[in-house]
Ligand binder design. Structure first.
Ligand SMILES: C[S@@+](CC[C@H](N)C(=O)[O-])C[C@H]1O[C@@H](n2cnc3c(N)ncnc32)[C@H](O)[C@@H]1O
Length: 216
């Protein structure tokens, strides 16, 4: 495992036991649901959550999927261990330890891919987006959701602090930077980027997010 990925794995191993029931777990779930609603999961074949944490979105997708598996990969072994423990026998769910920059699935495996609150940890986000593109079926879609530096000044400030104090944090992107990353990975943006700027939302003081869909 690369040094930076090891740092992310270690930080999230430490968070894994309190992740699903933590103070802002409802915030994560609310916005993951919003990201998933951009996808036609039930009509497609296969779903992948990149940086799946304890796997809540994977379990939701598995209920909708008619064909293929709902899969989750995460760099943190402890997140994956807990994702498996929180999943009661669903025949169409699979979790694996894996790096977003080397997704452990063959080409064109999934119609629907999400990556929520995770891309700001990747050392090379273009490699990760290119990997998502590789495992995406030709008519499939990818939804990215993350904090955005230009949506809220509080998020801009948090980014400065986290770059300094939090080893796994690479950066919160601006909407323009994210558009450029999508273009570099040779993905096509579908529609406009949605931005969300809120104060005191689901136990989180500042919310400053971007949500976007793209395809091959
Ligand atoms: C804040 S959590 C988000 C989890 C989940 N997507 C959600 O929305 O609740 C970020 C997750 O990204 C994972 N992660 C960080 N770097 C990664 C990488 N290079 N490859 C795969 N997962 C990674 C972390 O281990 C962590 O579980």
């Amino acid at each position: 495992m690369k040094h930076h990925s090891q740092q992310a794995a270690s930080r999230f191993d430490d968070w894994a036991d309190s992740y699903s029931e933590g103070r802002i777990s409802s915030w994560f779930r609310f916005y993951q649901s919003m990201a998933m609603s951009q996808l036609k999961i039930a009509e497609g074949c296969g779903f992948l959550d990149v940086g799946c944490g304890t796997g809540w979105a994977v379990r939701q997708a598995a209920k909708q999927l008619q064909v293929g598996k709902a899969c989750g990969i995460d760099i943190s072994a402890k997140m994956i261990e807990n994702a498996v423990a929180e999943t009661s026998e669903a025949h169409n769910i699979e979790f694996q330890i894996g790096d977003a920059e080397a997704i452990p699935y063959p080409d064109e495996s999934f119609s629907s891919i999400i990556c929520t609150f995770s891309i700001h940890h990747y050392q090379n986000p273009v490699s990760a987006l290119s990997e998502m593109k590789r495992v995406l079926k030709p008519d499939g879609s990818i939804v990215i959701l993350d904090s955005a530096r230009d949506v809220s000044f509080a998020i801009w400030l948090q980014d400065r602090g986290r770059r300094y104090f939090e080893k796994s944090h690479v950066k919160y992107y601006t909407t323009k930077e994210m558009t450029d990353l999508i273009a570099k990975a040779q993905l096509q943006l579908i529609g406009d980027i949605t931005t969300i700027n809120k104060f005191m939302d689901h136990n989180k003081v500042f919310t400053g997010l971007m949500l976007l869909s793209c395809t091959k």
